[in-house]
Design a protein around this ligand. Structure first.
Ligand code: 1HE
Length: 268
């Protein structure tokens, strides 16, 4: 049973479906550098909650304008003058959205450009693959703003680059860009051209995998990281039991056995 996603419901996201099952979700507040206000977070929750049941094969998370995302909407936050409890609950909605992305089972590929800062980096780090272009830069300006991360950076950015680099970024406002950002793990790909084009290519490639394989890759790996090694090995065996015996895989295995399937070769 697939769920219909009504693309007209979104105001701060532009949502486009392509025939090959790749959907493009575009942050669409370029005049505010795609800062994440509470309404955008609710739209992300709504979209990424529905995505796993909507027959979507892969998602490209893109942005309109020159910048991917300027993080928390600081003006909204300033004007709302929130109480501690209000901001805690807001952060929990961020976690809801980003956990749906990371654990939802649908590949999410972020097409980065310009500023990927603060909560923008928290959003990007919930994607399974990050592609940056030559304009992309990463920073955590929370320290300078009198703030702290609230959208999962302590977990996901630390996981990508390690505790000391994460703390340095927050303390000093250090900016990473270019190949160094890839070498550190902030992105997996850097392109001379458009990150959106490269992200689309990768999404189309991932979309050719069987959905159940992608589900396992894009949920089980993250879940297993939260487990003890013993429990993770157990869970891996159970997931592999389900995925590796799926009827849809038989044709692919038969093609390998009769030598019609492509072989794995080194890059030229
Ligand atoms: C914003 C935001 C925002 C821009 N909230 N409105 N994030 C930051 O500390 C980053 C803050 N933003 C910037 O440093 C710069 O805006 C950018 C480097 C992203 C882009 O610079 P620029 O020169 O292209 O744009 P601008 O002139 O600074 O801003 C253009 C407009 O976008 C302007 O609005 P306008 O109505 O006056 O035209 C800005 O106010 C608006 N804008 N960024 C609100 N962030 C869950 S906790 C997470 C904690 C954090 O994320 S802290 C990090 C916050």
């Amino acid at each position: 049973m697939t769920l219909e996603i009504d693309r007209t419901r979104f105001a701060n996201l532009a949502v486009d479906a392509h025939e090959d099952g790749v959907w493009v979700v575009t942050l669409n507040r370029p005049a505010k550098r795609n800062a994440l206000d509470s309404h955008t977070i609710e739209e992300l929750v709504e979209f990424f909650s529905a995505a796993p049941r909507a027959g979507i094969r892969a998602i490209v998370l893109a942005a309109n304008g020159d910048h991917f995302c300027a993080g928390l909407d600081l003006v909204e936050h300033h004007q709302a003058d929130r109480s501690p409890a209000e901001f805690m609950h807001l952060c929990m909605r961020w976690h809801e959205a980003f956990n749906k992305m990371e654990y939802g089972g649908v590949p999410v590929i972020a097409a980065l450009k310009g500023a990927v800062v603060g909560g923008g980096l928290e959003l990007a780090s919930a994607a399974h693959i990050r592609v940056m272009d030559q304009t992309t830069y990463f920073a955590l300006p929370e320290g300078q703003r009198g703030l702290f991360t609230g959208g999962g950076a302590t977990i996901r950015v630390t996981d990508l680059i390690g505790k000391s680099r994460m703390i340095d970024m927050m303390l000093t406002g250090r900016v990473y860009q270019g190949q160094e950002a890839v070498d550190l793990g902030l992105a997996q790909y850097i392109t001379e051209g458009s990150s959106l084009e490269r992200a689309m290519e990768l999404a189309r490639k991932a979309a050719q995998n069987l959905p159940l394989s992608n589900f396992a890759i894009c949920s089980a790996v993250s879940h297993m990281q939260n487990m003890s090694a013993l429990d993770a090995a157990y869970a891996e065996a159970v997931v592999a039991g389900v995925v590796n015996t799926q009827p849809d895989a038989r044709a692919r295995l038969a093609a390998f056995a009769d030598k019609s399937a492509a072989r794995v070769r080194p890059n030229n």
